[in-house]
Design a protein around this ligand. Structure first.
Ligand SMILES: [Zn+2]
Length: 282
């Protein structure tokens, strides 16, 4: 129910007009080497990627429109992978404000590990005309994070299952930054989410929920990737998960209870993210 529409048929042909003027030199220069320009008439008609109709809110809805989060462009690849055309997304002002806090922390934590700025994001949707958090404009589906220093995290490509620890740890690093802001985060181990992160405003504020399937998957995967715990990633918090979780808290020097204290949980997530971006075990 949280997956984004994958129907490509409603999306009109894409042009290349706007990114040259709207996004700036780096993206334009990169895109120019990747793309064969369409005909002149197609360039003149296009105003960027137009989302499928079900991803555009009715005019009466209390949504704000945006093409970037705090200056970082957000692209749409479900209809045309790799394109850097501007997209008009919609969500509530409060949700967008939280995304700004999120991306500033993401930039800051990744920079601690030597990453450059976030060059762009790719999303599969914010507002979507359906029940629940997407329909309320309080959800994000995140496909890709690209840094200008070359690193990329691509849930879209199933990075959570990568045989490369650096890739899988980076994925968990991104997830940790999402969990610092959003309690309800669904990752690649959750049904129908093998190719994107979902984050929304449900069950706020963010605390660790040991009864939550997705949060438990995250802890199990983190223990496995950073300290070789060898747990089944089954979303069930049992004694082995508890033991490895306590070992992780001890190694990382986290004192307090992440299930009860937001700041303690955020401290844990910050440390996971730093290790994730630096590709260092606990
Ligand atoms: Zn979603």
């Amino acid at each position: 129910m949280h997956s984004a529409p994958k129907d490509n048929n409603q999306t009109p042909p894409l042009g290349r007009r706007a990114f040259l003027g709207a996004i700036g030199g780096v993206a334009a220069a990169g895109a120019a080497t990747l793309m064969i320009p369409p005909t002149v008439s197609a360039v003149a008609r296009s105003a960027g990627t137009e989302l499928p109709e079900g991803m555009r809110a009715p005019k009466s809805a209390a949504m704000v429109s945006f093409s970037d989060i705090d200056g970082t462009p957000v692209y749409y690849w479900r209809s045309n992978p790799g394109n850097q055309d501007p997209v008009t997304w919609q969500c509530t002002q409060e949700f967008l404000d939280t995304l700004v806090v999120w991306i500033r922390e993401l930039r800051s934590i990744a920079q601690e590990a030597g990453y450059g700025n976030v060059q762009y994001l790719v999303s599969a949707g914010f507002y979507v005309n359906k029940e629940g958090q997407h329909g309320a404009g309080t959800a994000m589906d995140l496909d890709v994070v690209q840094w200008d220093s070359g690193q990329v995290s691509s849930p879209l490509d199933g990075d959570h299952t990568s045989s490369d620890d650096a890739v899988a740890r980076r994925y968990l690093g991104v997830e940790a930054t999402l969990r610092r802001q959003f309690c309800y985060v669904l990752d690649g181990w959750y049904p129908n989410h093998h190719d994107h992160f979902h984050a929304d405003f449900a069950s706020m504020p963010p605390l660790l929920s040991t009864s939550g399937e997705s949060a438990t998957n995250f802890v199990q995967a983190t223990c496995n990737r950073f300290q070789g715990s060898g747990l089944d990633i089954d979303g069930i918090w049992g004694p082995n998960t508890q033991r490895e979780y306590e070992r992780m808290l001890g190694t990382l020097g986290v004192t307090g209870d992440p299930t009860a204290d937001i700041e303690v949980y955020r401290d844990l997530l910050h440390k996971i993210a730093v290790h994730g971006f630096a590709n260092t075990p606990f």
